[in-house]
Design a protein around this ligand. Sequence first.
Ligand SMILES: Nc1ncnc2c1ncn2[C@@H]1O[C@H](COP(=O)(O)OP(=O)(O)OP(=O)(O)O)[C@@H](O)[C@H]1O
Ligand SMILES: [Mg+2]
Length: 277
Amino acid sequence: MQTGLEPGPRPPSSKPIAPRADAAAWPVRIANVSRAYTAQDGGSGGSVQALAGISLQAGAEELLAVVGPSGCGKTTLLELICGLQRPDTGTIECEAAALMPQRDLLLPWLSALDNAALALRIAHMPRARARACAAAVFDELGLTGFERARPYELSGGMRQRVAFVRTLLSGKRLLCLDEPFGALDAITRAEMHAWLGEALEREPRTVVLVTHDVEEAIMLADRVVVLSPRPGRVVAELDVDLARPRSRTDADVVALREQALIALATATAAPTLEQVR
Ligand SMILES: Nc1ncnc2c1ncn2[C@@H]1O[C@H](COP(=O)(O)OP(=O)(O)OP(=O)(O)O)[C@@H](O)[C@H]1O
Ligand SMILES: [Mg+2]
C-alpha cells in the first residue's frame, strides 16, 4: 500500500510518466524497463542489474502471477509498478496501486486491527468505522481474537494475513502482492487461496502476484509470467484458461505447472550474457 510509511530506495530523478488514455483497460503497462542498483558505500564496487528490458502488461481485473528465481528482480518490479522506484530506461504506465510488501512492515505500536485499518484511517475514515471494516475481514481470515494483539505477539502467518487485510482495505483497484502467502502453512495457504478467489469474484481487482511457488501461480492466476535469473526478463508467458475453483491434481493444472517449471529450469540453465560477463 502506498502509505508513504514504508521505506524504499530513493527514485532516480526522472519525470513521472503521464498515464495514457487506455490505462483503464491495461492498468499495468511496462515496456522495455531496466533497473540497476548502484552500490552506495563502494563495498561491492559496482552496480547490480536487477531487471533488463522487461515488458509486460496486466489487463483490467486480471490476476497476473510473476514467478522467478530468488534475486531476479520481482520485488523491484512491484516497487516500480507502485511508483516507489523509477526505471532507468523504458516506460511504466500503471494506475495507483496498493503494495503488500514482502516483509509485512506492520507498525509495532499499533494493534493488529489498527494496522489492518491503517489505509482507511489515512483516508480519514473515522476510527470506529475503519476498525469495523477491518474486523469483518479478520473474521473471514481466522484472525478473530487477535484484534488487540501487537505485531510481536502474532505468528509470522498471522502478521502476513494482517498485512494482507491492510492491502485489501486500501480500496485501490490494482493490488501488488509480494509473496503474500509465503509464511503460511499448507492448509492456511489453501484456505487463503480460496478466500482470495471468492473475494476477487465479489469485488474484482487487478492483481500482480509475485510468488516463488509455481503451483500457487497456476492455481490462482489468469496468466503466469516466468522471469529469468537476474537480470530479470520475461522468458515465458502461460495463459491459465481454466475454470475456478481449480484442483492442484487436475491434469491441466499439472501440465501448466510442468511447463512453467521447464521454462524456469531452461532460463536458469542458460545464463544471459550479462551474467557471465
Ligand atoms: N535497495 C537495493 N540496493 C541494492 N541492491 C538491491 C536493492 N534491492 C534489491 N537489490 C538487488 O537487486 C536484485 C533483485 O532484488 P529483488 O529484491 O528485486 O529480487 P527478488 O526477485 O524479489 O528476490 P526474492 O525472490 O529473494 O525476494 C538482487 O540482486 C538484490 O540484491
Ligand atoms: Mg522479493
